[in-house]
Design a protein around this ligand. Sequence first.
Ligand code: HEC
Length: 142
Amino acid sequence: MARRAAAASGLALATALVLPALAVPVLAPATSATDPATLSASAAPVPPDPASVAAGAAVFIATGCGNCHAVRGTAARGTAGPDLTHLASRHTLAGAMLPNTRGNLAGWITNPQSLKPGALMPALPIAPTDLQRLLDYLQSLR
Ligand code: HEC
């Protein structure tokens, strides 16, 4: 009886050791594939075009983002919102609620309240091409 239990727990241990290694690569794409924001993030071009990043920096100032957010080394010195100097190095947005993906950034900028009810950032109208440049800029802030 004791020997059987030991054999069973040995099997459980072996399973516990093997399963995580199997589960991780299988589960990770399965969960992210259900998230439309993650899908659009993976469809985004990986290396942003430097001209688009520069244009996005201008959109950031012109749209008024810099009135509430600081990006060190630029004209953006606002303090009402979080400092965005190292935004792209962060894993989450808006108080750890949202994975920091391109899709979530786009959703946040165009309608913060839809992602976080009560968010203290106003929704700002931005033309689609300007939004893509702005996202290239924000994703360059490492
Ligand atoms: C009126 C002030 C205001 C303006 C203008 C504004 N924001 Fe915000 N922003 C905020 C505040 C406040 C937060 C924090 C909101 C929260 O977590 O509830 C925030 C959060 C953010 C975040 C998430 C930051 C983090 O630390 O996770 C990003 C990204 C962001 N803003 C980008 C922008 C961009 C891009 C623009 C211009 C299109 C912009 N904001 C304009 C006030 C502003």
